[in-house]
Design a protein around this ligand. Structure first.
Ligand SMILES: Cc1cc2nc3c(=O)[nH]c(=O)nc-3n(C[C@H](O)[C@H](O)[C@H](O)COP(=O)(O)OP(=O)(O)OC[C@H]3O[C@@H](n4cnc5c(N)ncnc54)[C@H](O)[C@@H]3O)c2cc1C
Length: 397
């Protein structure tokens, strides 16, 4: 395995840094799930998506025929680490457009679906903004128990039910939906299908849910006799579970960018403790050094997974392994940041310009984000179960 980056990747990093200098003001640090709190923020995010799309950076590793640049996964990884380090917003097209809707459609979608839905994502258009409808009030880790029902009637499906924790639904033009299509199957996994749902459909209602810091990120989404054309089924009816697992491994693989984010936090904290004199405290130095080593490990794990993909392996447990690592390391790092900032860490993360706020609120923001990160895309326990099943071939829990 090649551990280092080559000249091409180093030059690409410089190009990304140039883009950041020209387009991303430093007053805010953007993290994925913090996106779009106000209309002004959302407009800024979409303006960056457009600029990234012009360079084809939104869809770097997509094949050229779908609006990508067709670069290697290694180069894509460099991009994601830089996105995390600099906090570049607008890279995901909602919560899922670039990350898993596009890549999944390339595998499972019909030609018509690819032609219709991939170009707006690659172009950074409002029409290419997607949310993901998996979780329900009684169905999270045990996702296969979902009850939202899509019934085939003629050349339509009629959908009834409820989704919850739907990130970005209030900005999204489309939903990537998992729903039950067979209530009588023997195994609950065998009656699930994936659909592309127009968020402007009659009978579909989005209700805001503010999270515990007051951010409007999540929503509840209700389906009351929502009709969609049958051609919006992805792949084969009742075979959605396998497609869902593929889409989820794309989602979990996005944890790679977290090593960039953590490097940035460490760099900021190092500067901070130099300023306060805490740098002379042996425990602070020791913990910083320890965190740097852990972030390096994470980055190497990510590189190993990407290297396997590049040589054609199918990676199953690796994205879960890496996400579990991110979940716990981000928790440790932000906990350390809170201790270093002492009383200043108690600021409201939404008040980034307050005179008591330190490091532009980055530590508070990521401290709260870490809790959600360890749940989103499947909890750390769920990731461990996947590593146990597929990495170690242990029986299911
Ligand atoms: C920031 C964020 C963004 C999200 N965005 C979306 C989104 O866009 N779309 C969407 O559909 N969902 C989204 N979610 C929801 C997320 O996918 C679920 O919250 C998650 O899958 C956990 O489900 P749950 O909340 O029902 O918890 P539960 O499944 O009820 O879990 C409760 C606890 O039990 C543990 N547990 C459960 N089963 C097992 C087991 N078999 N073995 C060991 N431990 C277990 C869990 O680890 C957890 O600690 C988001 C969540 C967060 C926090």
């Amino acid at each position: 395995m090649e551990f280092g980056f080559g000249e091409k990747e180093t030059l690409f990093k410089d190009e990304i840094r140039e883009f950041v200098r020209e387009n991303i003001p430093v007053k805010k640090y953007w993290i994925m799930l913090d996106e779009g709190e106000t209309d002004e923020d959302w407009a800024f995010i979409m303006s960056i998506s457009k600029k990234l799309a012009k360079k084809k950076w939104l869809t770097l590793s997509w094949p050229k025929e779908y609006g990508g640049l067709g670069v290697s996964h290694i180069q894509k990884m460099v991009f994601e680490e830089e996105v995390g380090y600099w906090g570049i917003p607008g890279t995901t097209m909602g919560i899922s457009g670039t990350g898993w809707v596009g890549p999944s459609l390339m595998i499972f979608g019909s030609d018509e679906q690819k032609k219709t839905y991939l170009p707006p994502i690659a172009a950074g258009d409002e029409d290419g903004v997607w949310c993901t409808g998996y979780s329900e009030p009684d169905s999270g880790s045990d996702l296969a128990s979902m009850q939202t029902y899509a019934e085939r009637v003629g050349d339509e499906y009629i959908i009834n039910g409820q989704k919850v924790w739907t990130s970005c639904a209030h900005h999204s033009r489309w939903m990537w939906l998992a729903a039950r299509t067979d209530r009588n199957c023997q195994k609950k996994h065998d009656g699930i299908s994936l659909f592309l749902v127009d968020m402007q459909s009659d009978g579909l209602k989005v209700n805001p849910l503010k999270n515990f810091v007051g951010h409007h990120l999540f929503n509840e989404v209700f389906f009351d006799e929502v009709k969609i054309p049958a051609r919006n089924l992805v792949g084969t009816e009742n075979r959605g579970w396998a497609q869902l697992m593929t889409a989820l491994s794309f989602e979990r693989g996005m944890a790679i960018g977290a090593s960039g984010m953590m490097r940035r936090l460490i760099d900021e904290l190092v500067e901070y403790v130099k300023g306060t004199g805490q740098i002379h405290d042996p425990l602070v130095r020791f913990r910083l050094a320890d965190l740097v080593m852990e972030v390096e490990k994470l980055s190497l794990l990510g590189r190993e997974a990407v290297w396997k993909v590049e040589r054609g392996d199918i990676v199953i447990h690796e994205p879960s392994r890496d996400k579990a690592f991110v979940d716990e390391l981000l928790d440790r790092l932000t906990q350390f940041g809170v201790e270093v900032l002492e009383g200043y860490s108690q600021m409201d993360p939404l008040r980034k310009d307050d005179r008591w706020t330190r490091l532009r609120g980055m530590i508070e923001q990521t401290y709260y984000f870490a809790i959600g990160m360890s749940i989103a895309g499947g909890t750390t326990d769920t990731q461990r179960n996947i590593v146990a099943n597929f990495g170690l071939q242990l029986p299911r829990s």
